[in-house]
Design a protein around this ligand. Structure first.
Ligand SMILES: Nc1nc2c(ncn2[C@@H]2O[C@H](COP(=O)(O)OP(=O)(O)OP(=O)(O)O)[C@@H](O)[C@H]2O)c(=O)[nH]1
Ligand SMILES: [Mg+2]
Length: 292
């Protein structure tokens, strides 16, 4: 269970032991069966969505870092983040797990995974073990696209996916081909998201269950963030003067879309949900929220 502390108007997310600790345990129990970890982060949040908990849990396993949902992030920014991680010796790739035609990226991912598994393959060879199968585990925050990426590699829907966090509940092994097996895992967040800005960023990109945050408060934060960091986006999409107070922008959005309550008042909550859904699906254009 999560709890939101709105003290001071900020969003501080805490959680109490429950589903997520189960996931941590599940990762710890299964890490010994895998050769390489596919760690997914959201390309719109290459740092804020990187789970600090995982470093300890992954026990020095080789990692391929995947900046997923790259189709929703700004290309230039993604390139900068790729360079940033490469400089830290990460095997890293930008990926769009929804893109079926992405054979080039798929191939690159395979090559990186094989490269990261090389030490293990050499160890087996020295011991005379013929098994060349590489086992990968997908890990990352909820809703980042772990199951979609597995389906992409498999070429069909074998893992359940959904447009909300918390879809995968348990582990699932999937054989991709004769020499690659993948372990799908539930998403994992960390115990206390103490930095409210990181909390907002995770929530606007869809990593946090919607029952946990106030969508109106989140939408107002997003409007302010866009006004400051991506001027013009709100105006282009909704033809409103974005210089106004965020709540006025939202009211205009409600007016233009006819989002009204029974008595004729603006339904700000529904307006907020429309804005969040459109932002998440890329209708406001590519946005990278972590600034390099
Ligand atoms: N635009 C875009 N959407 C994606 C991409 N990858 C996944 N999605 C969408 O993101 C949502 C979540 O995908 P899932 O694969 O279920 O995410 P997950 O990480 O397995 O989520 P949990 O199992 O809940 O932890 C779905 O609506 C996918 O269609 C991507 O690369 N680009
Ligand atoms: Mg999943």
């Amino acid at each position: 269970m999560y709890q939101i502390d709105l003290s001071g108007g900020f969003l501080v997310i805490n959680w109490f032991p429950g589903h997520m600790t189960k996931t941590e345990k599940l990762i710890k129990e299964n890490i010994k069966w895998v050769d390489v970890v596919l760690e997914l982060v959201d390309a719109r949040l290459p740092v804020s969505s990187k789970n600090p908990l995982l470093q300890e849990v992954l026990e020095e396993k080789p990692v391929v870092l995947v900046l997923n949902k790259a189709d929703l992030a700004e290309r230039k920014e993604t390139q900068k983040w790729l360079n940033f991680y490469r400089e830290q010796s990460y095997a890293v790739i930008a990926f769009n797990a929804l893109q079926n035609k992405g054979q080039g990226a798929k191939k690159k991912l395979y090559v990186l995974a094989r490269k990261q598994a090389q030490a293990e393959l050499c160890r087996r060879q020295k011991k005379g073990i013929k098994n060349q199968v590489i086992r990968l585990m997908t890990v990352g925050i909820p809703n980042v696209g772990k199951s979609t990426l597995i389906n992409n590699l498999k070429g069909r829907g074998v893992a359940t996916t959904g447009n909300k966090p918390g879809v995968t509940k348990g582990k699932q092994w999937i054989r991709i081909d004769n020499d690659l097996e993948l372990l799908d895992m539930p998403g994992i967040l960390w115990p206390k998201i103490a930095d409210p800005i990181i909390g907002y960023k995770l929530a606007v990109t869809g990593a946090i269950k919607e029952e946990i945050y106030d969508s109106l408060q989140l939408a107002l934060w997003l409007l302010d963030w866009l006004k400051q960091n991506k001027p013009g986006r709100i105006r282009q999409r909704y033809q409103v003067a974005e210089e106004q107070e965020a709540v006025c922008v939202l009211e205009t959005l409600c007016q233009k879309r006819g989002v009204l309550k029974r008595g004729g008042d603006f339904d700000l909550e529904q307006g907020a949900n429309i804005l969040l859904a459109e932002f998440r699906s890329g209708k406001l254009g590519r946005v990278t929220l972590d600034v390099y």
